[in-house]
Design a protein around this ligand. Sequence first.
Ligand code: GLN
Length: 549
Amino acid sequence: MRETKFIFITGGVLSSLGKGMAAASLGALLKTRGLSVTIQKLDPYINVDPGTMNPSQHGEVFVTDDGAETDLDLGHYERFLGTPLSQKNNYTSGSIYYSVISKERRGDYLGGTVQVIPHITDEIKLAICGLAENKTDVAIIEIGGTVGDIESQPFLEAIRQLRGDLGKDRCLFIHLTLVPYLAAAGEHKTKPTQHSVKELRGIGIHPDIILCRCETPVSRELKRKIALFCDVDEDAVFSSVDVDNIYKLPLEFYEEGLDQKVAIMLRLPARNADLAAWKKLVALLGDLKGSVTIGIVGKYVSLKEAYKSLHEALVHGGLANGVEVVLKYINSEDVAPDTVRDILSGLDGILVPGGFGDRGVEGKIITVGYARENDIPFFGICLGLQCAVIEFARNVAGLGGANSEEFDTEAEHKVIYLMTEWLDHHKNARVKRDKYSDKGGTMRLGAYPCTLKEESIAFSAYGRKQIGERHRHRYEVNNVYRGPLEEAGMFFSGLSPDGELVEIIELPGHPWFLGCQFHPEFKSNPMNPHPLFREFILAAQKYANRAGL
Ligand code: GLN
């Protein structure tokens, strides 16, 4: 039987050093050596999952096939590994405490005093060791936060204990730290790294490898100095340089010899990395011809991370067409009938992404109308589909006052609504009874099947009739209005297999107009761009060429 080896990645000095990217890139690199790899994120915050957090603060909520609402780093992991992850790949302090407290309430601890050590740390170890199933060769565990934070201490204590439990051959500690370049002094500075390692050693963790985030590669001499001060092997200090494209990082790490050192230290089978696919990808990145400009009209535009997977999926769509994708984030609250033309001019494609709540919705509806009337390629995702249905109902199907129940419970035509009767009939459907609010609603979460109609953009993109995509929403297209909308020219090209749920809409006659109730962006990766993004960018390219004539 194979024994799973664990690599723990901690961060020091600053947050945002790219621990997630480092974990994903190292994972990708180990995968090229023929190993099966998984990655887990342990987040120090108290929320049970990020589902309740505002994307403008915390970034996007990434959804897995099994319906887990997870940290956006899981999106990086999936895109770099090319394999789907699950609920097991993300735990928070909140979820760990929730489970310990539930056990305590059930009486599982037999009257004992429940404490951080050993109860919380045991629960963390259980979460980590849960990855050892499924013939995983290597599990990489990223500890969120920065060493020294109060919140992450139980996680660090748990991994310290695990090293003792499992032994040196099965556990490796990598510490990612900042090595700043001081222009005035003309040199890299190692002091912050020394302090951060000191802090880590103070809690009993002795790093095996130090990964130095730096603007330019750290010299051999400096690596030697860091090795000496931090008590690691001389060949265990690596540079993690800034890259202009994240997909270059695995090859950078390879050049540094990181995977080799990890393999030696963990006694992994000695195999060579097969880097052909990554080399091809990096070559393609350097060979993009021309560009298309896509406008993302949403409300979480103040933080780029809020649309992380979407951003990446659009870039992948560009890769599939050999073209650079320039993204313009537009605040839908600025879009009004008298500003729409100015704001949206110059775009080759318009995308209205998912979202919750009514702020900025009217601007999105105006945006859809502009794309529809001006034959601009349009892609609506989740709330984007819902806005497209509302716009079409109001302005084409003659259903004045059409709206979503989410925004107006008194609307005359609730073309989008809470489908409670569907839920009553489908008790086994994977929906999450709303654990956060008393709305009585439920969230349709995770992978659902969808059947495509032939003669549709969707079918020609996917090349097959049965697809499965990930969801995260409460509201659905109201079937009562399907007839009138169809009569007015809307095509329901993708439905749930029982025909009861609208999953995709299109407008035949428009060059490219598609809305989907699911989130295709979660399943795109650079080696395998998602078909809908590929086709959307192709349509934008055609539009750009046409406009250029
Ligand atoms: N707010 C909408 C709903 O809950 C759309 C959600 C989304 O875009 N993810 O149905």
